[in-house]
Design a protein around this ligand. Structure first.
Ligand SMILES: C[C@](O)(CO)[C@H](O)COP(=O)(O)OP(=O)(O)OC[C@H]1O[C@@H](n2ccc(N)nc2=O)[C@H](O)[C@@H]1O
Ligand SMILES: Nc1ncnc2c1ncn2[C@@H]1O[C@H](COP(=O)(O)OP(=O)(O)OP(=O)(O)O)[C@@H](O)[C@H]1O
Length: 324
């Protein structure tokens, strides 16, 4: 029986803009999603996923993290189920799949933890069953599981549009150092964040002049794309943007406070919330500066619930590390 071990990296959002429509409003799409313009970036913080064929004809998931379900609600399980549905002959030939998730990425954090696990299972089963799927076929399958899954398959640095599933790769950004902060017990619901944004800002998308002025200064994906092409970490950090901060930060004062603590540290190039939060990240030119700021934040926020990680940008998505 073959098995594969895969690295499944987390992502951060360098840019997240919720797009209005031609009438100046901001509505849900007919499918219930919101139209986005994002820039997604893979980071070194990762889970390890092991997939192996088993003689019984079922799917089994194990995970070392008590908060992560191992039943059909696990995104890794759903990815395996999708492969069984799509490739019944291969399933009949190779049998069931056992998946082990070694979780290192904080859960419900805005770091695409579940999505990257699903992406790894798609890649792993493609190898186990010798299907020879292309990256774009894997991305398309991933898109049916969640908006962030296609990016997790591809990895690196990319523009993501539509509901987040349409990707255009950007030149890769290696070795920008990052500190991540996440309160263990704090979770933000992604549907809640989008719904609240639409309800609060949807009708005033164009008419709200404050919003317009803020947008003219801050929201311009072209400027951050140029900074990425130029590999200018300082400029990238100046152009970070996330519309969802407008609803998540007021609702979660702890997250706002952490963001302010990060912003006031020496050496921080820029700071922002990732995705629908509540993780906040800060960017640095060197690992040493990142390690130093991690210590300073630890001293400034005396709360055992706060997890801090030093990590960095990477240039790849799902990676096979061993096969037996
Ligand atoms: C917040 C981000 O992580 C930023 O990268 C993503 O936009 C969310 O990606 P995800 O968790 O893979 O999202 P999905 O599983 O596809 O969607 C979860 C829920 O988020 C909301 N959602 C998501 C994406 C989108 N473009 N519009 C939405 O309104 C919907 O309520 C949806 O039911
Ligand atoms: N493989 C998985 N890893 C983590 N959480 C999972 C997984 N499968 C299902 N879940 C459930 O999904 C919820 C969201 O977890 P996840 O870590 O994927 O969120 P996230 O990082 O905010 O995702 P995104 O950034 O894509 O919105 C959790 O509450 C958890 O119970």
């Amino acid at each position: 029986m073959r098995s594969y071990s895969l690295i499944a990296p987390a992502k951060i959002n360098l840019y997240l803009e919720i797009i209005g429509d031609a009438s100046g409003g901001l509505r849900q799409r007919p499918d219930g999603y919101h139209e986005l313009a994002m820039i997604l970036q893979s980071i070194r913080l990762a889970d390890q996923i092991d997939v192996r064929s088993i003689s019984t004809d079922n799917i089994r998931v194990h995970c070392n993290h008590p908060q992560v379900p191992t039943d059909k609600t696990n995104l890794a399980y759903r990815a395996a189920e999708l492969m069984v549905r799509q490739f019944p002959e291969a399933f009949a030939k190779y049998g069931g799949v056992e998946i082990n998730v070694n979780k290192q990425i904080p859960v419900a954090a805005g770091l695409a933890g579940g999505s990257t696990n699903a992406a790894a299972v798609l890649v792993g089963i493609d190898l186990l069953w010798k299907l020879g799927l292309t990256q774009s076929e894997l991305e398309e399958l991933g898109g049916t599981l969640g908006s962030d899954v296609p990016f997790c398959v591809a990895g690196g640095t990319a523009i993501a549009t539509g509901r987040g599933e349409q990707l255009s790769p950007l030149p890769s950004l290696d070795k920008i150092y990052i500190v991540l902060g996440k309160y263990r017990s704090l979770e933000v619901s992604t549907p809640w964040a989008y719904k609240t944004y639409r309800e609060q800002f949807g009708n005033s998308y164009i008419r709200d002049t404050d919003n317009l002025a803020a947008r003219a200064n801050a929201v311009h994906s072209g400027a951050i794309v140029k900074a990425i092409v130029d590999k200018d970490a300082r400029e990238i950090a100046q152009k970070l943007h996330n519309d969802l901060e407008r609803v998540v930060l007021p609702a979660y004062p702890q997250v706002l406070q952490m963001r302010e603590v990060f912003a006031n540290q020496e050496g921080v190039l820029g700071t922002m919330m990732s995705g629908s939060g509540p993780t906040v990240f800060a960017l640095f030119e060197s690992q040493q500066q990142a390690e130093e700021v991690k210590l300073q934040v630890r001293k400034a926020i005396l709360d055992e619930d706060l997890e801090l990680f030093v990590t960095r940008t990477i240039t790849h998505g799902i990676k096979v590390v061993s096969s037996v």
